[in-house]
Design a protein around this ligand. Structure first.
Ligand SMILES: *Cc1c(COP(=O)(O)O)cnc(C)c1O
Length: 382
């Protein structure tokens, strides 16, 4: 659809890549639960489909939609966020290359660099991304990638995407942004100069804690083509039902994000005023060191909130006392979650440069009635 470029975000989320099915008029893309396709004579493919690792119509609908939402040339859907990351890194890097990664990268991303790709010969340096000079100093001739997360997990640090894109491009490297925490509704890294966006679609894009998936979106069609070759050659694709669930989630992304942000702001107000809480980490707070950058590059500040309780025991007690905030890993679903990063999501970073504070609690603020959320947290804290 040529007019897609002129359409608003909410319209694209519901319609991009999702024309009514030409065969039946079905209004949403069917789940093409199929591995192979009849050819009209050898090589006579209908719509380019021959085998579902290479392409599947339900996955294509998701890939086109993701590219439209991020303002990119090409979208690709994978079996998980980490499968997307691995495919990207082994496409654009070779043994002997180097990457700059966030000083507080998502634990699974750090583990992929530290335990898998380092053995393959990819060197990396964790650097605090809010320090642009430190990032520039860490870049070497072999640096192929600057990997950005903003806001970061679980410390909610903020990196200046446009400034880091400048550093990457001066060095002939790619700027990759893991946009999982913000979602394309709140932040569009490609419009700020990034080359590739990474998503765990498991989180806000899927939005209902019922599917694991990942995605890459590129600004450049040629890089998109190389990644599509590797997606097929390496094989970690999203299955048709997972692609369908993710598309279903994306249709309500904008309204969900508005409510996540509003509920998170109310939770932040309550936590900031509560005497048991030592510090609240949220980019929407004016005293957050990344507040101005976040205000410049994000539509709103998101649904993730972290706070410090002063001691590990106090943090663990809060996590065990909430009822509506469910104790669990992951984030970005409609239901509120609470967790203790040092012992849960980020336990694999213990003893590494990426170890997180033991008194930290992380919330994924859901879209329940905000009064119920505040009551639940107050009861756990008092
Ligand atoms: C969850 C997550 C990932 C990994 O995605 P999976 O779908 O779990 O493989 C990557 N980055 C961030 C920021 C995440 O939260």
């Amino acid at each position: 659809m040529d007019d897609e470029v002129h359409q608003g975000f909410e319209t694209l989320a519901i319609h991009a890549g999702q024309e009514p099915d030409p065969a039946t008029g079905a209004v949403v893309p069917p789940i093409y639960q199929v591995s192979t396709y009849k050819q009209d004579g050898i090589g006579g493919l209908r719509g380019g489909y021959e085998y579902s690792r290479s392409a599947n119509p339900t996955r294509t609908a998701l890939e086109v939609c993701l590219a439209a939402l991020e303002g990119g040339a090409r979208g690709l859907a994978f079996a998980s966020g980490l499968a997307a990351e691995d495919t990207l890194l082994r496409t654009v890097c070779a043994p002997g290359d180097h990457a700059v990664i966030p000083g507080d990268a998502y634990g699974g991303t750090y583990r992929l660099f530290a335990k898998v790709l380092e053995r393959w010969g990819l060197a990396y340096d964790p650097v605090p991304l809010d320090d642009v000079a430190a990032v520039r100093a860490a870049v070497r001739p072999e640096t192929k990638i600057i990997w950005v997360e903003t806001p970061t997990n679980p410390l909610l640090g903020v990196a200046d995407i446009a400034a880091l894109a400048g550093v990457a491009h001066e060095a002939g490297a790619l700027l990759v942004v893991d946009n999982t925490f913000a979602s394309p509704y709140l932040q569009r890294p490609l419009t700020l100069g990034a080359d590739v966006v990474v998503h765990s679609t498991t989180k806000y894009l899927g939005g209902h804690s019922d599917v694991v998936g990942g995605a890459l979106v590129t600004a450049d069609a040629e890089l998109g083509e190389r990644l599509a070759f590797h997606q097929n050659a390496m094989g970690a694709v999203a299955g048709p039902f997972d692609a369908w669930l993710t598309l279903r989630g994306i249709k309500t992304l904008a309204v969900r994000m508005d409510r996540h942000c509003a509920n998170a702001a109310a939770v932040v107000d309550m936590l900031t005023a509560h005497p048991a809480v030592e510090q609240v980490l949220y980019p929407g707070l004016p005293d957050h060191p990344g507040h101005e950058v976040a205000a410049k590059q994000m539509r709103a500040f998101g649904g993730m909130v972290s706070f410090r309780m002063g001691s590990e025991e106090a943090a663990v007690r809060v996590c065990e006392r909430t009822k509506l905030f469910t104790l669990g890993e992951s984030l970005g679903g409609v239901e509120s979650l609470i967790e203790h990063p040092a012992r849960m999501t980020h336990a694999s970073a213990a003893g590494s440069p990426l170890e997180v504070p033991a008194d930290l609690v992380r919330l994924s603020v859901g879209i329940e009635d905000v009064a119920d959320l505040l009551d639940d947290l107050r009861r756990a804290l008092d």
